[in-house]
Design a protein around this ligand. Structure first.
Ligand code: CP
Length: 315
């Protein structure tokens, strides 16, 4: 694996390999000293043109737990504000010779473009409404840890599918893992021909009780140029996942950040059925596994998940 630009590039075996490795890295997270020397001397550049709490912090933590050097770049406060282009920014920061560039932008295809401009391995941490492959990997990891095999699992993805890179990456990943995926939401927020990804479409939550897992999405107001629903109050009345709609046996997921009172009621966010905190926790070990895959695994240096040449030990 040279880059991780899209979950489409990974087959089921590759997803399972990354998730298996993440499970082994979870052991590091349980140690008193949560660090291994696996990527000592390597450099990870986090290049963020959009806001992020979970993805940016977990990539930083993942790189640090593997002993890599980390440079965090945010477009705000940088020379981007003086007009420097994405390409010139990438070429400038490439002078520091990063081994991996983790990039989030509002532009579809930006990660793929960056992969043509420099020699670093590129990880797409979200490109507009296109893809967010590491979110899909951490969601597969979270579900597998909680319930085992995903074969035959019914997952309903509810809400603003049109503007959601998480929905797209998750439909693809969950289908590859054998789950049955249904997307549900108002017709304006379900893209045409989404069925081509192998999912079913519903415009009501009447059959939500059939789901094993309910995966709610945030209303992506920052990507909306017009009113896609009459009002948030009306949206919540029809599509909010709340205590009335979520059955006790069902699991609840959300990529965050949550708009409490819109797509989810506070009671379900805080309920024992919610895997939202587990998803955040999974982010670190899954991103450790992705960095490992890009910098060590793909080169076949060693079968060890924790260090290419030595036994696992605190750095
Ligand atoms: N899920 C996710 O990408 O969250 P952040 O925007 O906080 O990184």
């Amino acid at each position: 694996m040279n880059h991780l630009l899209s979950i489409e590039e990974l087959d089921r075996a590759a997803i399972e390999r990354i998730v298996d490795r993440a499970e082994r890295f979870a052991e590091v997270a349980d140690r008193e000293i949560k660090k291994v020397p696996t990527l000592r001397g390597r450099m990870v550049l986090n290049l963020f043109y959009e806001s992020s709490t979970r993805t940016r912090s977990s990539f930083e933590l993942a790189a640090k737990r593997l002993s890599a050097d980390v440079v965090n770049f945010s477009a705000g406060g940088s020379s981007v504000e003086k007009g420097e282009s994405l390409k010139d920014t990438v070429l400038t920061l490439s002078a520091h010779k990063p081994d991996v560039i983790v990039i989030r932008t509002p532009w579809v295809g930006a990660a793929e473009l960056v992969s043509r401009w420099c020699s670093a391995a590129i990880v797409n941490a979200g490109d507009g409404k296109h893809e967010h492959p590491t979110q899909a990997l951490l969601d597969v990891y979270t579900l597998r840890r909680r319930i085992g095999s995903l074969d035959g699992l019914s997952v309903w993805i509810v809400g603003d599918v049109t503007h959601s890179r998480v929905a797209r990456s998750n439909i693809i990943a969950l289908r590859k893992m054998g789950a049955k995926v249904t997307v549900a939401g108002p017709p304006t927020l379900i893209p045409r021909q989404i069925e081509a990804l192998g999912c079913e479409v519903r415009y009501t939550l009447d059959d939500l009780h059939t789901a094993d897992v309910v995966y709610a999405l945030r209303m992506q107001n920052e990507r909306m140029t017009e009113a896609w629903v009459p009002s948030l109050r009306e949206y919540a009345a029809w599509y909010q996942v709340n205590g009335r709609r979520l059955r006790p046996r069902q699991l609840l997921m959300h990529p965050g950040p949550v708009n409490r009172g819109v797509e989810l009621s506070g009671e379900v966010v805080d309920s024992p059925q919610s895997l939202i905190s587990a998803q955040v926790e999974a982010g670190v070990v899954v991103r450790m596994a992705v960095l490992y895959e890009l910098l060590s695994g793909a080169r076949g240096e060693t079968p060890s998940p924790l260090h290419p040449t030595r036994s696992p030990q605190p750095a």
